[in-house]
Every structure is written in C-alpha cells, then in structure tokens.
Ligand binder design. Sequence first.
Ligand SMILES: C[S@@+](CC[C@H](N)C(=O)[O-])C[C@H]1O[C@@H](n2cnc3c(N)ncnc32)[C@H](O)[C@@H]1O
Length: 236
Amino acid sequence: MFHPRGPTLVELARQALSSTERGYDLLATKFDVTPFRTPDVLLAPFFAHVFASGPVTRALDVACGTGAQLRHLAPHVTDRLVGVDFSQGMLDEARRRLADVPRLELLKADARDLSFDAEFELVTTAGAFGHFVGEDEDRLLDGVRRALAPKGRFVFLTTPYPGVTNPGFWLAKGFNAAMHVRNALVQPPFVMFYLTFTWPEVQATLSRHGFSTSARDGLVEGRLGRVVAVTAEKRP
Ligand SMILES: C[S@@+](CC[C@H](N)C(=O)[O-])C[C@H]1O[C@@H](n2cnc3c(N)ncnc32)[C@H](O)[C@@H]1O
C-alpha cells in the first residue's frame, strides 16, 4: 500500500484489528517501509541539536520499535544504550538491524511500567505518544521521570496542534473517530490516536510531572508542517 515491500491493505486491516502489541508484532518485518517509522530526515537534525552539548554516558529510548532513534543515539552514548518496547517482533527487527551497535540492550517491557531508577541522563521517544492516552500518559511520564538521573533530559519531537484549515487536522480527527469506533466494537483495543502531546499544550502536562521544558522550533519541517524539538529537564 505505502511501498512495494510494505504491508498490503489486508495485512494492515489484520494488524488494526489486533491488540496494539500484537499489531506491531505482525507489522514488524515491514515496519521500516511504512510512514509510521520516524524518518531519518527528522531524526538527523533533531539529534544534532540534542547532542550539540556533547555526548552522554547513559540513554534510554522508549517504544524503540525497529531502532530508528537508537541508530542515531548510538554514536553519542558512551556507556549504556537501552531500547524498550513491548512488541517482541519489533525488538527482533531492532536486534537484526542494529547488530553492529556495541553496548546495546533491547528490553521487552511496557512503557507504562518502566522500572528504571535514576539510571539515565537522556530519555527519548518518537512516534509513540499516540499510544499513551488518559492515565497511560501519566504512567509513561512518571516512569520516564523516575528513570532519569537528577537534571536528566527527556527529549522528543512533536508538532503544534494544527488549525482547522490544515488538512492534517481533519485527517487526524477522522482517524481518531475511526479508532474510537473500532475500539468500541472490537476487543482488545488498538490504542493509537493523533493530536496528542502537541506543543505547547504538553508543557502543562510535563510541568505537572516535574519537568521544566524548553522548545526549539523551526529545526526541521515535517510532512504536515512545523515540528518542534522539546527538551524536558527533570526538576529536583
Ligand atoms: C509507531 S512505532 C514507533 C517506533 C520508533 N520509535 C520509530 O519512531 O520509528 C510505535 C512503537 O511503540 C511501541 N509501543 C506502543 N505502546 C507501547 C507500550 N505500552 N510499551 C512499550 N512499547 C509500546 C510499539 O510496539 C511500536 O514499536
């Protein structure tokens, strides 16, 4: 559908009718040729910005998928690099694609129950905020905060909430409505919603979870317009 080597419409439908975890297991081998993988044209300038102040010793990528961010993190992390995802299929792909990366730990875990304790200077995530809604958002952010060492940084890319004249707004609203219907009719749910963690709205959420935020706008242009690089520093 997206690419000759990508998933067919039938495969996408089967994935969408599975749980979130199982859906990604099914998609894993074809994930990198879908638009769901965060593209390198966004990640390269983003990580150049993140590491402008130099390398870090320990970093964690949450919901790492097939390793898009880990590939960019690896050259800048000196001691310990960890990727966490709850889909074994995605982790298997990441392991295959990142076989050349030293000191890489790939762990199967639910990002809503992160069990790290002040172990990382840097935590990243990309392309996954839509999977954490309602109380899951709080569980994710509590775990990220706990995983960070004092003054550690949680960094990610997001977008501003689009205006109603932006076609992306209507696409996202239509997709979200379809997911609500799907989840009302089929169990287990596939949790994936757009227009989450938008900037500056996410600032209040991060502040509530003990982060001070700053944002860098105009670093890079996404498919549907502006992308904002957010740095959330753990407050004491
Ligand atoms: C759209 S993919 C993004 C993957 C990668 N970060 C990227 O940007 O290409 C979303 C990923 O989030 C993972 N995920 C979703 N919910 C999760 C959860 N509760 N715990 C751990 N991983 C989760 C999925 O398994 C999937 O690998």
